[in-house]
Design a protein around this ligand. Structure first.
Ligand code: ADP
Ligand code: ZN
Ligand code: MG
Length: 492
């Protein structure tokens, strides 16, 4: 549902949206950023707390080494420069779920800056989106507004999340459409998951995104006034929220008004944004260097040590897999969208005669059936090792693709893996050359026009004869032999 204003395409086309995203990700450390409390989602309220993360007087923070390593990995994965000496700062504000009255963050000397990621565009090209900075900070607790008998009267607070290590990743205002923003988030999440720095679970709040958006007349140089949209908890909703907000701003400008700089909240049920507060400026937070923490030093040697632990990232993996397994771009994209899926494919591919054929079977024949049945590979009756056998049999021409489909039908009907079904059914194959030749002769005699085409130089017509004979043999002709004999006969 969208309460969008419904401006005409002609009016929309007069304006250029500009978008920049701020993404907070929780790091996958065992313990919190500045104390030894468990960094764990879902514990009973206020059980993972101590004097440090409760902000009791006199308690002192000690920086979690692992959090620094994850933040550095994040920066490196986003092509940032890592600052050797970064500084923690206090960002002061009052909020009931933040007992210290300030948040430990980084301000003018963040750990990572000047990075980028490449994002696919509608035109099918890649566009480089700048990453302004990625800085370390701590999370706040959670106010709980409902779920208690007296929730209408009271708000409760759970401080378990206080002090959870975060990295905030700020993009340059380089995005131009809600679709680009969606793609950026998709790629960013993929990279963070591959780097294993966060689980990026939006439902549990381990990835959160604030979207900044403005509009300016097409051709203008100066960006319009930006609005920050918060409270959007899925990538799809971010796209909707941006679409709405762009139209709202254009309507304001078209009516002769001015967009005011503010923070707005997305209301998914109503499909619109509401003003929350006028945007505070950096000076409102009275940032100052955190007196309880020394500067953070990530020496070149330590950085190199951390860099050496970087898993292969999605883009590099796609390139390698395309080269190694002769995959096309699209298949490589699908196979690598999830690291564990890619891992499983690669483990199986190493045992297959033709990884490329295995990929094809996995994505088309098996993938199609899984999709139709609404199940994942984990629940597939045909396992990856089973699929390797199928791919090898096809590769060796020992079964035809028609027979393969028949065997797959049985696997799905009986919920049995491919090798068992193949052993039992051992589909008939005609491997007798003279029998196949006789069938080819018949098809040749029945299709003089195609024979003429072939003999006139259109060699691809051979596939037509292979298909016809395969059909006549009820899929039982040995494919390798059939291919060979068709060409032989046509060339006679
Ligand atoms: P603030 O100080 O208000 O937080 P920043 O300059 O730090 O503003 O930018 C915050 C985010 O807003 C960044 O992601 C940036 O790319 C984006 N941004 C900045 N100016 C604009 C603009 N005019 N339109 C859209 N996004 C913008
Ligand atoms: Zn603690
Ligand atoms: Mg800012």
């Amino acid at each position: 549902m969208s309460a969008t204003v419904g401006l005409s395409p002609a009016i929309l086309a007069k304006y250029q949206p500009v978008i920049g995203l701020e993404v907070h990700v929780q790091l996958l450390t065992e313990t919190k950023a500045f104390c030894g409390c468990a960094n764990h989602f879902g514990s009973a309220p206020n059980t993972n707390v101590c004097p440090v993360c409760l902000g009791l007087p006199g308690a002192l923070p000690v920086l979690n080494r692992r959090a620094v390593e994850f933040a550095t990995l994040t920066g490196l994965a986003l092509n940032c420069t890592i600052r050797e000496r970064s500084i923690f700062a206090r960002k002061n504000y009052f909020y009931p779920d933040s007992p210290k009255g300030y948040q430990i963050s980084q301000f003018d000397k963040p750990i990572a800056e000047h990075g980028w990621i490449d994002v696919p565009t509608a035109a099918g090209t890649m566009k480089r989106i700048g990453i302004t900075r990625a800085h370390m900070e701590e999370d706040a607790g959670k106010s709980i507004h409902d779920g208690f008998p007296d929730s209408a009267m009271r708000t409760y607070v759970d401080l378990n999340r206080c002090g959870t290590p975060l990295v905030e990743i700020v993009s340059e205002p380089d995005l131009r459409t809600p679709d680009e923003a969606y793609e950026y988030l998709t790629r960013l999440k993929e990279i963070l998951l591959y780097a294993r720095v966060s689980d990026c679970n939006m439902e549990e709040g381990s990835l959160r995104c604030d979207a900044n958006v403005s509009v300016m007349p097409v051709g203008a140089e100066k960006f319009g006034t930006k609005v920050e949209v918060k409270n959007v908890n899925s990538f799809r909703y971010i796209r909707s929220a941006l679409e709405y907000e762009i139209e709202r701003q254009i309507e304001v400008v078209e009516a002769g008004g001015r967009v005011i700089q503010e923070t707005r909240l997305w209301n998914q049920a109503e499909g619109r944004t509401y003003s929350m507060r006028s945007k505070e400026q950096a000076h409102d937070y009275r940032y100052f260097p955190e007196p309880d923490l020394p500067p953070l030093i990530v020496s070149a040697a330590w950085q190199a040590e951390i860099a050496a632990t970087m898993p292969e990232l999605p883009e590099a993996r796609r390139k390698r897999m395309i080269a190694e397994y002769e995959l096309n771009e699209q298949d490589a994209q699908t196979l690598t969208a999830e690291q564990s899926f890619a891992d499983r494919f690669e483990a199986a591919a190493k045992t297959a005669k033709s990884p490329r054929r295995l990929a094809n079977l996995l994505l088309s024949e098996l993938g199609g059936r899984l999709k139709a049945a609404g199940i994942e590979l984990d629940q597939s009756p045909i396992t990856l090792p089973g699929l390797v056998l199928a791919a090898d049999l096809i590769e060796d021409g020992k079964i035809s693709s028609k027979q393969l489909k028949g065997l797959f039908d049985v696997c799905f009907e009986k919920s049995e893996d491919f090798p068992a079904v193949y052993e039992r059914e051992k589909p008939q194959q005609i491997t007798d050359s003279s029998a196949i030749e006789a069938m080819i002769d018949q098809v040749i005699a029945a299709n003089p026009a195609q024979v003429a085409q072939y003999r006139g130089g259109k060699k691809t017509v051979a596939a037509f004869f292979v298909g016809q004979v395969m059909r006549a043999s009820k899929g039982q002709a040995n494919p390798a032999l059939l291919n060979e004999l068709v060409v032989k006969k046509l060339d006679e």
